[in-house]
Design a protein. Structure first.
Length: 309
């Protein structure tokens, strides 16, 4: 069982929601720092996953645990466009869009090198960000990166457009109303995300329910479901020269139904073979390690981050 939120909140301070502009869109973020002490070390830039109700709030448990262990890095935690408190235009979002948003965030707000900590299938955003702003990326932590087949095979363009058009219709609006119900969120989380049903707690469900309250949040989710994040990233991954740590869950799984299953060891081996400066580790958990296995996740990445600094 994870430590309670109350026990952890005394270890950090978070700024109120702050905002910056990117392409005339209002984008939200917050900055975390240890309480009653100065920050030190290289800052972290967190990239949250995309899904029903997901936003920068995904990282709250991680931030509390990070500072409870004595770490003192500043943490930059932005909402991607279409999520949380950022604007939610009705557009088809791509990894390049979000990478450009974060590039602007790095240039306007952070203005110093960071270590990217990216969750799951948002890895393509981190990859694109490295291509666009390599000098401000000192290292990467990949939390539960996607199945290798999903990162090396691009679906037909017609398929992506067809799925987007279906989801962007009245049918999609009806589907999203069902997808943001407690029953669906709990069932999906148990089937696809968590290693243990007990991990799907009230904090998790309440966060998703609040995040999905605005129906405009569906556009980012539908962009993800349409597959706009899929491509062959092999050459881009191989060009990442920054130190990279891949953290895999012992029972990691894929949401894809049309690809050959791979074991956690096989997936980790694929990434380590392609990334020039990489190391890997497995910990307990499945697909949302910073939330379901927070203590182990922090313990796994802290030495790497301190070593990069």
């Amino acid at each position: 069982m994870q430590p309670s939120a109350v026990a952890k909140t005394t270890n950090l301070t978070a700024s109120p929601s702050q905002f910056y502009s990117w392409q005339n869109y209002r984008c939200a973020y917050e900055v975390h720092q240890p309480i009653n002490t100065t920050s030190e070390g290289i800052p972290l830039l967190l990239i949250h996953p995309i899904g029903v109700g997901l936003s920068r709030r995904f990282w709250q448990r991680f931030c509390r645990e990070w500072y409870s262990t004595g770490q003192r890095n500043l943490i930059y935690n932005p909402d991607l466009l279409g999520c949380g408190e950022s604007e939610m235009p009705r557009i088809a979002y791509t990894p390049s869009d979000w990478a450009e948003q974060l590039q602007s965030f790095l240039q306007k707000v952070v203005q110093k090198p960071v270590i990217l900590v990216v969750q799951g299938a948002l890895l393509p955003v981190a990859i694109q960000l490295v291509q666009k702003e390599s000098n401000l990326i000192a290292g990467l932590v990949l939390s539960g990166p996607p199945a290798w087949a999903l990162m090396t095979n691009k679906p037909p363009e017609w398929q992506e457009k067809f799925l987007w058009n279906v989801l962007n219709s009245a049918f999609g609006s009806v589907f999203y109303r069902y997808a943001r119900t407690p029953k669906f969120l709990r069932s999906f989380s148990i089937r696809q995300l968590f290693a243990s049903e007990n991990g799907v707690d009230a904090e998790w469900l309440n966060t998703l329910l609040a995040g999905a309250e605005n129906p405009a949040s569906r556009h980012a989710v539908f962009s993800f479901l349409a597959g706009f994040w899929r491509d062959d990233y092999t050459s881009f991954i191989a060009s990442i020269g920054q130190p990279t740590l891949a953290v895999m869950g012992e029972t990691t799984s894929s949401i894809s139904q049309d690809n050959k299953k791979e074991t956690p060891d096989e997936r980790l081996a694929h990434y380590l073979a392609c990334l020039p400066e990489s190391q890997g580790i497995k910990i307990n958990g499945r697909n949302v390690l910073p939330y379901e296995s927070t203590t182990e996740f922090v313990a796994a990445i802290a030495p790497f981050i301190n070593e990069v600094f």
